[in-house]
Design a protein around this ligand. Structure first.
Ligand code: ATR
Length: 282
């Protein structure tokens, strides 16, 4: 593929970076919209994160996606940071302005909420307890997203309760923390349950959570996207509950990034999903 002198270039920085799905995702959209653009994976060693951020502006890139382990590490090197990203303490999108300054944002919040509202339009942030399972990095964006959306009753359940208490305090959230042993009973008044742990991912055991006590109008969201339907989502579907999958969140978090870099608001559809998961589109 050849590029002109006007090519708009963005990339993803991570270490390692070869597992990132962002090149397939943004590459699919670049082809689809016929944009003179490129999206490149950059393996950035942790000792060179600052140089990499400065290098974006130096080379005239339009920005970058940020993946593990750099989502926190890039923050000191930014010229500006979106308030929600600052609260979460993680940035997954860098945008270089025309003047060459680098702005950080977290689009996981957008992906989480937009996909939730599309998949379960009946969901209301202030209807029932919003139960978040897990207290790692992924839980932070989910919790700030729910709080931003107007959740009035946040409940945190984590194997290590102490970590959940630390997280609630760190995010300055009035969240109830439930012990792991009481997790099944914490669902009786839930409007939403979100799994942010690694349980249910390919190679991991399913999340050990009995959905039997959930109200019939509750929504079950699993941010794990391999497999597309986790055992948790399968169990929810079998009970007739509304479900929201992780692959949709992944695709939707990329939308504001692509728009910010290339000026087109792209569609999330089945063809994109197949391109990202590496399956034939026909
Ligand atoms: P991420 O940043 O992707 O969220 P993480 O920080 O490693 O990843 O967090 C993983 C989450 O999965 C944590 O909430 C973790 O619980 P602990 O805080 O108790 O470690 C949870 N988790 C991992 N293995 C688990 C298991 N076997 N059972 C229950 N929760 C588990």
């Amino acid at each position: 593929m050849s590029h002109s002198g006007r090519t708009r270039t963005a990339g993803v920085i991570g270490w390692p970076v070869e597992h990132s799905l962002s090149p397939r995702l943004h590459g699919h959209w670049l082809d689809r919209y016929g944009i003179d653009g490129a999206f490149v994976p950059f393996a950035v060693h942790p000792s060179r994160v600052g140089a990499a951020v400065a290098g974006l502006a130096g080379l005239g890139l339009v920005g970058a996606s940020v993946t593990v382990p750099h989502k926190q590490a890039v923050i000191p090197f930014l010229d500006a940071i979106d308030p929600a990203a600052a609260r979460i303490g993680a940035v997954n999108m860098l945008r270089v302005t025309a003047e060459g300054s680098v702005h950080g944002r977290n689009t996981d919040i957008d992906g989480f909420l937009v996909h939730l509202r599309q998949s379960a339009p009946q969901w209301r942030a202030d209807h029932g307890a919003q139960v978040v399972i897990g207290a790692g990095g992924a839980a932070r964006a989910v919790l700030v997203g729910l709080a931003t959306a107007g959740a009035t009753q946040l409940r945190l359940v984590n194997r290590t309760a102490e970590r959940a208490r630390f997280l609630a305090a760190d995010l300055d959230l009035a969240a109830e923390v439930v012990d792991w042993t009481d997790r099944h009973d914490a669902l009786g008044d839930a409007g939403l349950v979100v799994n942010t742990t690694t349980q249910g991912m390919v190679g991991q055991p399913p999340l050990d959570l009995d959905l039997g006590g959930l109200p019939s109008d509750a929504v079950v969201y699993d941010i794990v996207y391999t497999p597309e339907e986790t055992p948790l989502l399968g169990a929810a579907r079998a009970r007739g509950l509304a479900t929201v999958d992780g692959i949709g969140m992944l695709l939707h978090q990329a939308r504001p990034q692509f728009h910010g870099w290339f000026g087109v608001d792209p569609v999330v559809d089945e063809a994109l999903k197949r391109a990202v998961l590496g399956e034939p589109s026909g």
